[in-house]
Design a protein around this ligand. Sequence first.
Ligand code: AMP
Ligand code: MN
Ligand code: MN
Ligand code: MN
Length: 273
Amino acid sequence: MIFDLHSHTTRSDGLLAPRELLNRALEQGVDVLAITDHDTVDAYRDLPAAVQRIALVAGVEFSTRWEHTGIHVLALDIDLASAAIDAAVRFQTAARLTRARRIAEILEKMGVEDALAGTSGYAADGYIGRPHFARHLVAIGRASSVQDAFKRFLGDGKSCDVKQHWAELPQIVRWICEGGGIAVLAHPLKYKLTRTKLKRLLSHFVEVGGQGLEVISGQQEAQHTAAMAQLCEQHGLLASAGSDFHGPGKPWAELGAIGALPDNVTPVWERFS
Ligand code: AMP
Ligand code: MN
Ligand code: MN
Ligand code: MN
């Protein structure tokens, strides 16, 4: 059985529409898929209630902060009809739009005309992420690639790195639990924290109700998988695995192209209802 519990569609910053994503997952031999767009569950509106040949796990990836680090928390196996998930998504959507307006103001001061309107053309209704600003900056010749746009304007510490008003971590985890889901800390190695600091984050995460750690995020070295599995054991966390697929052409983050979880962890899917 191939589980891929982390993926994105055009409803956030992915390149495939929800149905296209499902088709690609099937082609890649995925048996169980979670669509986890950033701060939105709109992809599920575009899909039929019953999908054949693949089991869908309802999910979302929430943006939040711990101390000074931006972190992502996956909500897996949520009840899409729950008031808590609805509240969470509404809050985060508003925060995202406020941030988008701020980023657009800064870009306009830098001579980028109609930054918000231009960027909106790359994004789904009511949703704008930094990758959409990046695509617009590339299209108008202000950056040579999406990567370059992050390096010059949108990344940490750059001119468009505005203060973000995401919901606080404990609130995010509470919403996930109330929404019937399991809160999983996403891609723990992406935050570039020291091991001591990561352990401190995990202690806090568990304290506020977090239950899982994404032990495998796309193609990664065996030593990283072993280290993350050890953290699961030490903190009593369930283990998750996902590609973090955003679009074709990135073999290190392809749907279903993830290794098996080690034997010493409990897979998060054992707790799915
Ligand atoms: P946002 O949720 O709007 O803050 O955008 C964050 C998303 O931007 C991440 O989920 C990645 O998909 C993408 N991203 C972050 N850093 C980079 C980068 N350096 N180059 C390309 N994409 C990036
Ligand atoms: Mn993304
Ligand atoms: Mn993420
Ligand atoms: Mn992701």
